[in-house]
Design a binder for this molecule. Structure first.
Ligand code: AMP
Length: 502
């Protein structure tokens, strides 16, 4: 039996699947090219039998055809991050035990120069394939892939220790995708602009795979650029847009610097879109409000994680609440528990735990970490939330955002939300730093608006009026910019280090 994703694609043969800078490609093109790639990967064997295939290809048709080719040949796809430096690439290739690397010619030099690769190549017969190589004419018979087989390994940007390989099966991916398709009513008439990295769940599942599952069109930009995104929005043909909060901030800045006439055209372009989504990091309420005045869209915020897919979402229809991530998505069970694993009463913060067919299979070759990640069959997300009026509000990661200070547990995200309303503060990151007297001290790294000087005394009295005494940052660091990962998310452990080195 073929994978359901492939069977569904056959129904849309002549429809456009992918539009990219080098042209538009139909579902037929995608099916044909991916079968050629699968043939080339198989090289006279019948099935890759879950061999890991790492690939480093810029966003576009070749990326998608390679991902499908790996799946159709029975391999596990291991997408590499185009912006990662050598050590990170090397780590993922070695940790996943990849036996084949597929690379776009632009990345040939960096990949061939990886130190362990020469030895890996000799010891393990590591194959290196360039996307510029001619693909075979005669297609091999492709194996039947059971959906319970492993499909994908994504490396988590993890807040502690080395990244772990999150393994999902075809069945997990299917559950993640059908849950979102139902909740957000994807159809083959949809057209989405893809501007997210393709080594991360948001770009791979929520945008790319959901679009292809629905028979929709996925318009891929090779990299994010605010002007190009606005131009595409102004074209007026998109129905969906999904991004992380930092991207909305960049789009807002670009809108603000445009002429009045252009601003009107930009806003009118947004009106043609049926749904705009934000996730992967907390969406500041100010950003949500600003975006609403610009675009008329009340962003749909959702919560999810590489290990579980999407778990919570504001509704497509009905009231969305600013600062909340809504309710559990279809097929997803969510509960909040205390340190002992007991359910917390409504209104009390607890750890988010998740169960359902979308939850990943395992951490790659790390049974210890896998076992630790579950409690009685529930995945422990490590995130804290509280339910208010039936909706979940995220308080942050237990490891870095929940600060234990003077006997209180305070949420860094809540303090950040207040600090951002200060007129001179552009961005901020609040962290706890170990302290003998307080347990942890509340510290804030601030990026200032323009060149405004900020007097600390005035800032403190402003903060005291708005925050309880134990939430007012006791140490403040003015920084040029906040450290961020490839997804644009602030790296809190690095912020903690900034305080400790000061
Ligand atoms: P990743 O696995 O890279 O997608 O990161 C998942 C983490 O991002 C979660 O564990 C949360 O800490 C955070 N996250 C995702 N969505 C949200 C959201 N809407 N609000 C706050 N944090 C979020």
């Amino acid at each position: 039996m073929n994978l359901p994703l492939i069977i569904r694609a056959e129904e849309h043969n002549e429809k456009t699947a992918i539009a990219a800078t080098n042209g538009a490609f139909t579902y037929r093109d995608l099916l044909h090219t991916s079968s050629q790639i699968a043939t080339s990967l198989l090289q006279n064997t019948e099935d890759l039998q879950e061999q890991r295939v790492a690939f480093l290809i810029p966003p576009g048709f070749e990326y998608v055809a390679t991902q499908w080719g790996i799946w159709r040949a029975g391999g596990i796809a291991v997408p590499l991050c185009v912006s990662h430096p050598r050590p990170e690439l090397e780590y993922v290739i070695t940790n996943s035990g990849a036996s084949i690397i597929v690379a776009h010619p632009t990345f040939e030099d960096i990949l061939r120069s990886l130190p362990p690769q020469a030895s890996l190549a000799q010891e393990h017969n590591l194959r290196f394939i360039l996307t510029s190589e001619t693909l075979p004419h005669n297609i091999s018979r492709l194996p039947e892939i059971d959906i319970t087989r492993r499909a994908l390994i994504l490396y988590t940007s993890g807040t502690t220790g080395k990244p772990k390989g999150v393994v999902t099966t075809h069945e997990n991916i299917q559950a993640q995708v059908t849950s979102l398709s139902t909740a957000w009513e994807w159809t083959s008439n949809d057209r989405i602009l893809h501007i997210l990295p393709l080594h991360h769940i948001h770009g791979i599942i929520n945008v790319l795979t959901c679009a292809l599952w629905a028979g929709a069109e996925c318009h891929i930009l090779s990299k994010f650029d605010a002007e190009t995104v606005w131009k595409r929005i102004c074209d007026g043909d998109l129905t969906l847009f999904m991004a992380v909060p930092t991207i909305y901030v960049k789009l807002i800045t670009a809108w603000e610097t445009a002429s009045k006439e252009r601003q009107q055209i930009m806003s009118e372009g947004c009106a043609k879109i049926r749904l705009m989504v934000s996730g992967s990091a907390a969406l500041p309420v100010q950003v949500l409000e600003k975006w609403q005045t610009i675009s008329g869209h009340f962003l749909l915020e959702r919560y999810g994680m590489t290990e579980i897919g999407m778990a919570l979402s504001n509704p497509l229809h009905g009231e969305r609440l600013a600062g909340y991530v809504g309710k559990p998505l279809p097929q997803v069970e969510v509960r909040l528990v205390d340190e002992n694993g007991d359910l917390v009463p409504t209104g009390t913060p607890g750890e988010i735990q998740v169960k359902g067919p979308g939850v990943f299979l395992e951490y790659w070759q790390n049974p210890e970490a896998t076992a630790k990640a579950f409690q009685n069959g529930w995945f422990r997300t490590g995130d804290t939330a509280v339910i208010e009026n039936g909706n979940y509000r995220i308080l942050g990661r237990m490891s870095v955002d929940i600060i234990k200070t003077g006997g209180y547990k305070v949420s860094a995200l809540e303090i950040e939300e207040v600090l951002r309303s200060h007129p001179d503060i552009q961005e901020c990151a609040v962290v706890g730093v170990a302290d003998l007297e307080w347990g942890e001290r509340v510290c804030a790294a601030l990026v200032l608006q323009g060149s405004q000087p900020l007097t600390l005394e005035a800032f403190r009295s402003w903060a005291k009026e708005r925050l309880a005494v134990y939430k007012v940052p006791t140490q403040i660091l003015i920084v040029e910019e906040l450290p961020r990962n490839a997804m644009g998310k602030v790296i809190k452990p690095t912020v903690v280090e900034l305080f400790c080195s000061n």
